[in-house]
Structures are given as structure tokens and as C-alpha cells.
Design a protein around this ligand. Structure first.
Ligand SMILES: [Zn+2]
Length: 207
């Protein structure tokens, strides 16, 4: 377990609540829609005869929020901190068209997996990026032996700065900030080198 400072704990909590909030809101909307339309719907001549169609329609209305609220991806995310044992990048072809695929809308897609060994823990595989392949993007960013940190709900998995590094990347917004700062200059959250006590400061104390 990572011992997070309060501001990051708060961020994590709000990220966990967000999909639940959206889900509940969508379900309330669906319930309202059901209450308002069911009489009209079931009195429609055709549906009155085959009311299973009406049932199916409302089942869809109530199921859709499960997918649009992001509650599934929220369940699979987690905060982690550990050492990279292996980096795996798979390049596939995907289509921008959600109804797949026409040749014109195809693009190359990179998916990056990190095998991370958490302190005292087992090696776990994380999918940290999946999206359009851009030249040189990320591909050399992660190396075996790097210590990485990912915060629940954030898009970023940051490398903890080594003592020789001069910049620290924010785990929340991804901006890099001078290592002499303690807080991100964009979003104000505590920077990773402060949480894990690595980077510039420690090196200076050694001399
Ligand atoms: Zn930030």
C-alpha cells in the first residue's frame, strides 16, 4: 500500500465517487423516463399486443448507464507504486469508426503494458496506455528497473525521479515541474518525489 498525502487521497476519493455519481444520476433519469412514458408505451397498439418489446426497451434504458458511466473501467483501475520488471508494447490496428472498420479510418494503435513489482508484493500487469500511435511516443519512456507510480483515476503513470533528475512529473495532471518544488504548479497536488522522498533534495543532503 502506498501512503499517500492527504491531497492525493482526496483526489483518489473523488475519482472513485465520480462514476458512481454519474451512474446513479443516469439511473434516476432512466427511472423518470420510465414513469413518464410507460403508460403511453404500453397502450400503443402494437406493444400492448407484444409487450415483451416494451420490456426489452426499458431493460436497455436501464442497462446503458452501466456502460456510459465508466463504472466498469473504474473498477479495474488502482493506485500502484513499484519497480518495472518488464515493458510490453503491442501495436495493433484499430478503426475510428465505432461500427468498424473501413480502410480509410484505420490507424495504428499502441497499447503499453507494464509488469510492476510492488514492494513486498507480486508482479502485476497493468495496461497503462491504449491509443493512437504517435512517433516516438512513450515508447522509450519506461524502462526495466524504473520506479513508477500511478494514482487511481489519473491518466498518467509517472516515473519516480532518480537523484540525478531535475524534473518531477505530476501524477494527477502529467505536467513536469522543477524538482525543487513540492507541489505541481498547474494543479497544486503533491509531486511524486516528495511522496517517495527521492530526487534532488536527498542528493544535496548527502554532500
Ligand atoms: Zn499537476
Amino acid at each position: 500500500m502506498v501512503n499517500l498525502p492527504d491531497d492525493l487521497k482526496k483526489y483518489e476519493r473523488s475519482q472513485k465517487l465520480k462514476p458512481v455519481f454519474v451512474f446513479v444520476l443516469c439511473e434516476i433519469t432512466a427511472a423518470l423516463f420510465f414513469v413518464l412514458t410507460r403508460n403511453v408505451m404500453y397502450q400503443t397498439e402494437y406493444i400492448a399486443k407484444y409487450n415483451v418489446i416494451g420490456h426489452a426497451f426499458y431493460t436497455v434504458i436501464f442497462t446503458v448507464p452501466l456502460f456510459i458511466s465508466g463504472i466498469f473501467s473504474a473498477l479495474s483501475d488502482k493506485t500502484f507504486y513499484g519497480t518495472i520488471e518488464k515493458v510490453k508494447i503491442s501495436t495493433t490496428v484499430d478503426s475510428m469508426n465505432s461500427f468498424k472498420p473501413s480502410k480509410e479510418t484505420r490507424y495504428r494503435k499502441n497499447t503499453i503494458y507494464l509488469y510492476v513489482k510492488e514492494d513486498g508484493g507480486e508482479v502485476e500487469k497493468f495496461r497503462i496506455y491504449s491509443g493512437r500511435a504517435k512517433e516516438g511516443q512513450f515508447l522509450e519512456t519506461y524502462n526495466n528497473g524504473d520506479r513508477v507510480f500511478h494514482l487511481y483515476g489519473s491518466k498518467y503513470t509517472v516515473i519516480i525521479p532518480k537523484p540525478s533528475d531535475t524534473m518531477s512529473q505530476c501524477a494527477v495532471c502529467g505536467i513536469t515541474t522543477d524538482i525543487n518544488e513540492e507541489f505541481c504548479h498547474k494543479c497544486g497536488h503533491t509531486l511524486p518525489h516528495v511522496i517517495f522522498k527521492t530526487g534532488g533534495e536527498d542528493e544535496k543532503q548527502d554532500f
